[in-house]
Ligand binder design. Structure first.
Ligand SMILES: [Zn+2]
Length: 156
């Protein structure tokens, strides 16, 4: 993840503190079996988002437009990878609702992302970043969900 995007996420996070904020993560996957994820852009929550201290309802129309705009500009290379949001005053770990959201993204055909990621900025002074990824089991009937924390590499 490029440093300027981390800086941008942190300043959006601080701007809304102690309310939650967030947006989407856009980029591409690579490496063996698509295990590597490269973030090339993020969005904010959008003008119609609703923020509280424990919830965020993003402006879906804004986010859909931004995803489409960036997709077109990259000639179809840069796509939706998942979401990011803040946990002001608490850990950057996945909540029960976050896990549900990840499963929802993975099952949503339009998202075309079967192993979505979720970046969480926790605490707030300073922000701690954790990036989580959902992996669904290969046995369709059971579809056991696993969530693992990714290694984050900052690039210049
Ligand atoms: Zn959360």
């Amino acid at each position: 993840m490029p440093r300027h995007l981390l800086t941008q996420m942190r300043s959006l996070a601080t701007e809304k503190y102690p309310l939650e904020t967030g947006g989407v993560l856009i980029g591409y996957t690579g490496g063996a079996g698509g295990d590597d994820v490269v973030i090339v852009a993020i969005t904010g929550p959008g003008p119609g988002a609703h923020h509280s201290e424990t919830t965020l309802e993003p402006d879906h129309e804004y986010q859909t437009q931004e995803i489409a705009r960036i997709y077109r500009a990259s000639k179809g290379v840069h796509t939706y990878l998942g979401d990011w949001h803040t946990h002001p005053g608490s850990a950057a770990d996945l909540s029960r609702r976050d896990k549900k959201t990840l499963k929802h993204i993975a099952s949503h055909r339009d998202a075309r992302m079967d192993r979505p990621i979720m970046a969480i900025l926790g605490e707030g002074s300073p922000w701690t970043l954790k990036v989580w990824r959902l992996v669904l089991g290969s046995v369709v009937v059971f579809r056991r969900a696993r969530y693992y924390e990714m290694d984050v590499h900052e690039t210049p």
